[in-house]
Design a protein around this ligand. Structure first.
Ligand code: NAP
Length: 292
């Protein structure tokens, strides 16, 4: 396996994205919306973006600024112009809605159009079975910190896709954070389980730490704030420090001190590592099930 970390941080990137043609977003929810805002923030012309989501059939609530910026927000694919030829179609509907959504975009299949999926567990074989063998499809897995430009997205570098189309996918996903490339599609199940769902595990850690603080006698509000800001601060330190996370952990752990007592519990054989390994394995298993 090769993982080629390409983009380190939003601030390290070039200022603007120049598209070779229009981009279509299919599904403008949490992830599709975050990418849309990230692209506009990186200087992509609103007139080059269209988005289809059933919600737009009845209004653009929450997207008023986007509509005002002249992004075409449509309720169904039949509202796209007949001669619409996008350079990229972002597939951002939930996996369980993909069967219903995808056939509406078959007519866009062309060598000049790359379909970029961010859906969990939907394999290239699945997309080809619906869109046909000629469709150019790239799979990727982002996560929700993309909403604030801090996403972690892994992209499968399919040798069947042109370097230009892979580069376009990479550039658009790098607009919302860091990207990494993998050379095996099957690794996306584990990626989904680690970084795709990972933010949820961290939020649960905050909840658990807050409840443990309450149990240790803190008022609920204070415990919640201490837990949230501790995780934020530790995350920022892990991001910015030259030291690795093991060293950062050891820096907090004095011999015979209080943290050591907590870590004895967390690092016991049936402690956090065991739980996390089982949790990630369960998520990866579910990702494999979704791809069947
Ligand atoms: N959220 C995450 O943490 C995360 C992380 C990595 C990858 N992903 C992937 O990203 C994709 C989107 O997830 P999400 O969390 O952004 O979901 P979401 O917030 O539910 O957004 C999906 C959007 O697609 C819309 N939609 C449903 N059917 C459609 C159709 N036929 N055509 C166009 N749009 C349609 C939904 O409308 P309704 O609400 O009316 O159904 C919703 O607005 C999923 O495939 C997921 O696996 C999500």
């Amino acid at each position: 396996m090769t993982v080629d970390r390409q983009e380190k941080s939003a601030s390290a990137r070039a200022p603007g994205i120049v598209l070779p043609g229009p981009v279509l977003i299919v599904g403008c929810g949490k992830m599709g919306g975050a990418l849309l805002r990230g692209w506009l923030g990186r200087g992509v012309s609103a007139r080059q973006i269209a988005a289809v989501d059933p919600a737009f059939a009845t209004g653009v609530a929450g997207f008023e600024d986007i509509a005002a910026a002249s992004v075409a927000l449509l309720g169904a694919p039949d509202q796209l112009p007949p001669d619409f030829r996008p350079a990229l179609v972002l597939l951002a509907v939930k996996p369980q809605f993909m069967d219903a959504a995808l056939p509406g975009y078959r007519r866009l299949v062309s060598p000049d159009t790359v379909f970029l999926s961010i859906a969990a567990g939907k394999s290239l074989a699945y997309f080809h079975s619906v869109l046909g063998d000629q469709a150019r499809i790239v799979r990727s897995m982002p996560n929700t910190p993309a909403a604030i430009g801090k996403g972690m997205t892994v992209i499968y570098r399919d040798p069947a896709i042109s370097a230009e189309q892979l580069a376009l996918c990479g550039e658009l996903l790098a607009a919302v954070g860091t990207i990494a490339w993998i050379d095996r599609e099957d690794l996306l199940d584990a990626v989904t389980a680690v970084s795709g769902g990972g933010p949820a595990y961290v939020f649960l850690l905050i909840e658990c730490l807050a409840r443990a603080g309450c149990a240790a006698g803190l008022p609920e509000d204070l415990a919640a704030e201490l837990a949230r800001l501790t995780v934020c601060g530790a995350g920022a330190l892990a991001e910015q420090s030259q030291e690795d996370v093991v060293q950062l952990r050891q820096n907090v752990t004095s011999p015979k001190g209080t943290t050591l007592e907590a870590l004895k519990v967390l690092m016991a054989p049936d402690g956090l590592q065991d739980l996390m390994t089982r949790a990630v394995a369960a998520a990866a298993r579910r990702s494999r099930e979704l791809s069947r």
